[in-house]
Ligand binder design. Structure first.
Ligand SMILES: Nc1ncnc2c1ncn2[C@@H]1O[C@H](COP(=O)(O)OP(=O)(O)O)[C@@H](O)[C@H]1O
Ligand SMILES: [Mg+2]
Length: 274
């Protein structure tokens, strides 16, 4: 794949991205992302085709971008070819967090101003981790995400990558993320402990059900001790499993996961990894 148009390879954490990549989060942070990767990768049966995973949440600031970046990077570290696509064109953060250029990016690609080779940025030379940043801020992000061109872009990218991780806007604020329901294999829904409310989640689930979206799992951020939350939410929404991780700046917490049956039974093997 061409590297044309890349600003540079980011090789090590900078002031901008230090503490963002799971490499820098210490053992529990890294293990939590590995656990998320393991659960996610094993939830797909067909290993041949590209998996497109949308990351969203109810509102802003719940950890969608952080999860997207680290999930993409953690999968790339297993040798897979992974694309991180910043589709939050209203409030993009991926470029700044990774210290790469924001445009040209997705919006420029969708309006036909740039080609794929202009927008693809390799992130770590040691992995096949590529990023498409959000691009120039467009006046009509919903229209762009719901366009035929977006479908063509995802279809084309699917022939080039094993995984596409799409960082989306929050579903309770704008409908953009739901417009991709037919283009993604499913969504990971991010819940921030002590912030996301039951009402937020109910509202988001209602929106997902309207478009018959598939929820692949839940990610809990800012988790200090997530078990009681998982039990509560999984029981309420009846999903088979969930993901939790709880690193933080300060490394105050640890990773946890629900057992596959999601019945609320505690899983003692909290740091399983590949
Ligand atoms: N797993 C986590 N644990 C603790 N804090 C987190 C975690 N993920 C994200 N954060 C914090 O939440 C803030 C918002 O994260 P971000 O990924 O930008 O959210 P979103 O994309 O949902 O708006 C970040 O600045 C970070 O401080
Ligand atoms: Mg974000």
């Amino acid at each position: 794949m061409s590297r044309h148009g890349a600003k540079k390879h980011s090789e090590s954490p900078t002031a901008e991205n230090g503490g963002i990549l799971c490499d820098d989060l210490g053992f529990s942070g890294e293990e939590a992302y590995k656990l998320l990767r393991t659960n996610l990768v094993f939830s797909f049966t067909d290993s041949e085709s590209c998996k497109v995973i949308g990351i969203t949440s109810a509102v802003r600031g719940e950890g969608k971008s952080t999860t997207s970046i680290n999930l993409a990077y953690t999968i790339a570290k297993t040798g897979r070819k992974v694309l991180l696509l910043d589709a939050d064109m209203r409030l993009p953060t991926v470029a700044k967090r990774l210290d790469i250029r924001r445009s040209p990016g997705l919006s420029d690609l969708l309006v036909g101003e740039s080609g794929l080779n202009d927008v693809l940025q390799p992130f770590r030379k040691s992995t096949m981790f590529y990023v498409i940043a959000a691009g120039s801020l467009p006046p009509n992000p919903s229209e762009l995400l719901g366009s035929d061109r977006m479908q063509t872009v995802i279809e084309t990218l699917s022939t080039k990558f094993d995984y596409i991780i799409v960082d989306l806007p929050p579903v309770n604020i704008v409908s953009d993320g739901l417009l991709l329901s037919k283009l993604v294999n499913g969504y990971l829904f991010v819940i921030k402990q002590e912030q996301t409310t039951r009402q937020d989640i109910s509202e988001a689930m209602r929106k997902f059900s309207i478009v018959s979206a598939k929820i692949l799992g839940f990610v809990m951020t800012n988790a200090e001790s997530g078990k009681k939350y998982y039990k509560k939410y999984m029981k309420k929404y009846g999903y088979g499993y969930g993901y939790g991780y709880g690193y933080g700046y300060g490394h105050r917490s640890r990773s946890e996961a629900l057992p596959e049956n999601g019945d609320g039974t505690e899983n003692e093997e909290t740091n399983r990894s590949t």
